[in-house]
Ligand binder design. Structure first.
Ligand code: HEC
Length: 303
């Protein structure tokens, strides 16, 4: 074995041994100093703190970490729904948020309180939010149409024990159009209520309706802390579609008996040409065979 071969084998072995290590060590251990890991979360775990954390998460973290912390966002990142993640202390997570590493940016420029709040929200990936009694709410959908522009406004209130209505700020509203299987969202991004408890969205003119030309708007508060049933409103909006009777009209996607004529003729022509070719080949073969026999007979006769 010469030196070159030996080197080659050495490097190959090194590569093969390191491959599994590279995969396992995609997120190498991230050590946190003991005294940082021990700092308790100074923010009390209240619904509004969790909700503030959620708002921060949606705007600053979800793009990479995915909407539910699975690490399935635009940039590969660690799964935050695992037991290993849940086992970390709030202090350790706070340290990582402040330090950052690699593609994980540092969030040290944000107020400490916001970081502690987002940690409370990260915990909801692994622990169900325990709420003794959900808060009663009221949701109302209003619609306006000015010069073809259709807009939808949703207002959310908390219903107090004295039956007063207090606008709900900063809660997430799901707003969409009822479809056969689920709700088609009206907005691309998450909708959070403003100080008046209001969110609004534009109703796109190209949304298909049911056959009667109506759409059903659906809104509810998407937050485990609040009791919220679906609120719906029927609107005469959306695009009605012409329903093509595929048994009557000749279309490509129609049934066998309503196939377009050009397709039918092309098919017959191609199939016909195919069979004519085969028959021609068979006839030619038979001719060769006959001629061969004839030649043999002539030979025998002359012999
Ligand atoms: C640009 C993409 C990106 C953004 C934005 C981002 N992260 Fe990260 N995050 C990462 C990556 C990548 C890692 C893995 C870093 C490493 O271990 O080297 C990470 C690691 C973490 C970790 C450590 C996980 C562990 O178990 O060690 C936490 C906690 C975390 N991110 C929370 C957040 C929070 C909260 C936000 C928003 C305030 C956020 N991240 C924003 C990409 C991102």
């Amino acid at each position: 074995m010469n030196t070159k071969t030996r080197w080659f084998i050495f490097l190959l072995t090194l590569f093969l041994l390191s491959a599994p290590v590279l995969v396992v060590a995609q997120w190498p251990d991230w050590p946190v100093p003991e005294e940082d890991a021990m700092i308790p979360n100074p923010v009390e775990k209240t619904p509004s703190a969790i909700n503030n954390g959620r708002v921060l998460y949606e705007t600053q973290c979800a793009a990479c970490h995915g909407p539910r912390g699975l690490g399935d966002g635009a940039i590969a990142s660690p799964n935050m729904t695992t037991e290993a993640f849940a086992a970390q202390t709030d202090g350790a997570i706070f340290y990582k948020l402040q330090q950052g590493r690699g593609q994980m940016p540092s969030f040290a420029h944000l107020p400490d309180e916001e970081l502690w709040e987002v940690i409370l929200f990260l915990r909801t990936f692994t622990e169900p939010i325990e709420v003794a009694e959900k808060i009663n709410t009221l949701v109302k959908i209003e619609t306006t149409e000015i010069n073809q522009e259709k807009s939808v406004t949703v207002t959310a209130w908390e219903v107090t024990d004295e039956n007063h209505l207090v606008p709900l700020q900063n809660v997430r509203i799901q707003l969409g159009v009822q479809r056969m299987f689920g709700v088609l969202p009206l907005a691309q991004q998450a909708l959070f209520t403003n100080e008046e408890g209001v969110v609004s969205a534009i109703f796109p003119n190209d949304i298909p309706t049911d056959t009667t030309g109506h759409s059903t708007l659906v809104a509810f508060i998407d937050d485990p802390v609040y009791e919220s049933s679906f609120t719906t409103k029927d609107v005469p909006w959306g695009q009605t579609w012409e329903i093509i009777d595929i048994t009557q009209k000749r279309t490509l996607w129609g049934t066998m008996s309503s196939v377009p004529l050009w397709l039918l003729f092309s098919f017959i022509a191609i199939a016909g040409a195919f069979w004519i070719t085969i028959m021609w080949v068979v006839l030619q073969t038979k001719k060769i065979f006959d001629q061969g026999r004839k030649a043999i007979r002539l030979q025998q006769e002359s012999a």
